[in-house]
Design a protein around this ligand. Structure first.
Ligand code: SD4
Length: 333
């Protein structure tokens, strides 16, 4: 066999070993979203996808749905920072690597749509704080007062008693409530408050969106991974897309979702790509990792999905033409 032929065969065989890619029938349209509330978010996104709509519109619709749900930990009903102020982070990315993001946005209900507006009408990618709000107001968004949901208000009250910023997971809660249970910090606050969505439309184009109120009781002005392209979200229309949830600082340190997508490019399956990124975080500080949660979720160009987390408990929802179903991500611990 000449060298050229051998190399070609090698690539094909490698894709086969990884259990996807060239040997898998494309699954599209498809939308996946983080956490249990991903089921409802997927349904909102699916309305676009099933009628042949664009993945970008679908992920924006899904994110807007959860931002509208005041009783949740995303959007204006989300957990405040340590000064009691709700600040929102979001980003969006399409099939042409266009992207937009906001960080520390206050009193605007739909940060995801502000992010899209930045992407489509400005030469910039990321606007923060006051400037982001000014841009939103100049572009037809209106100011709305955050309405702390019952959960958020009582968790903040409880937190104020000690005012200790220690975002570690409560292992006991996890043991008691099983793998599908939401995880709480020691002080009772929920440790997941981020919605990440990835979609592939009928044309085979990929897009993604992330929206969050960020880590509960963060320092005022802190931005996590969610509004950072390559950390909380990355889309490469040739190979796949990834999103993350959990301790944003750890994700930023390794450019998490960009790393996951690079692993997809190397031929790994979505689950293996997420696993390798998780291992990168754990390797840096194995002791600290025991108390951290980070989960990555990815889809590849063929519509194969997969996820991996540091701790058990990271779940995600997958909506295809047959069903809308919750999956549990495997974990390092
Ligand atoms: C952040 N990654 O602000 C977000 C928080 C999160 O589930 O995802 N919680 O760091």
């Amino acid at each position: 066999m000449d060298r050229k032929k051998f190399l070609k065969l090698g690539t094909f065989a490698f894709a086969g070993i990884q259990g996807h890619s060239l040997l898998t029938t494309a699954e599209m349209p498809l939308v996946v979203a983080t956490w249990e509330s991903g089921l409802k978010v997927n349904s909102a996104a699916w309305k676009w996808l099933e009628t042949g709509g664009r993945a970008l519109d679908a992920v924006e619709a899904g994110a807007r749905f959860i931002e509208d749900t005041i009783d949740c930990c995303v959007g204006l009903g989300g957990f405040p920072d340590r000064d009691g102020i709700v600040t929102l982070d979001a980003c969006i990315m399409d099939e042409n690597a266009n992207c937009g993001a906001v960080a520390g946005l206050e009193q605007i209900k739909h940060p995801i749509s502000v992010a899209r507006k930045i992407m489509e009408t400005t030469p910039h990618v990321l606007l923060v704080g006051q400037g982001a709000q000014q841009f939103a107001l100049e572009n037809g968004f209106s100011k709305e007062k955050p309405e702390l949901s019952g959960d958020a208000a009582s968790a903040y009250k409880k937190w104020l008693k000690k005012s200790k910023y220690e975002p570690v997971i409560n292992i006991e809660n996890k043991k008691q409530n099983g793998p599908f249970a939401p995880h709480f910090f020691e002080d009772g606050s929920l440790n997941h408050d981020t919605m990440g969505l990835l979609a592939i439309d009928l044309k085979g184009n990929l897009s993604g969106a992330v929206t969050t109120s960020g880590m509960a009781f963060k320092l005022h002005g802190r931005a996590g991974d969610s509004p950072i392209i390559g950390a909380g979200l990355f889309v490469d229309n040739e190979y796949g897309a990834a999103t993350s949830s959990g301790m944003g600082e750890e994700v930023i340190r390794i450019c998490g979702t960009h790393l996951v997508v690079e692993f997809l490019r190397q031929g790994l399956s979505p689950e293996m790509a997420c696993k390798k990124a998780v291992e990168r975080i754990v390797k840096r500080d194995p002791k600290k990792a025991k108390e951290l949660q980070v989960g990555f979720l990815a889809i590849n160009k063929q519509g194969v999905h997969g996820a991996f987390a540091i701790q058990p408990g990271f779940v995600y929802a997958v909506h295809n033409s047959k069903e809308n179903k919750l999956f549990r991500a495997p974990s390092y611990f």
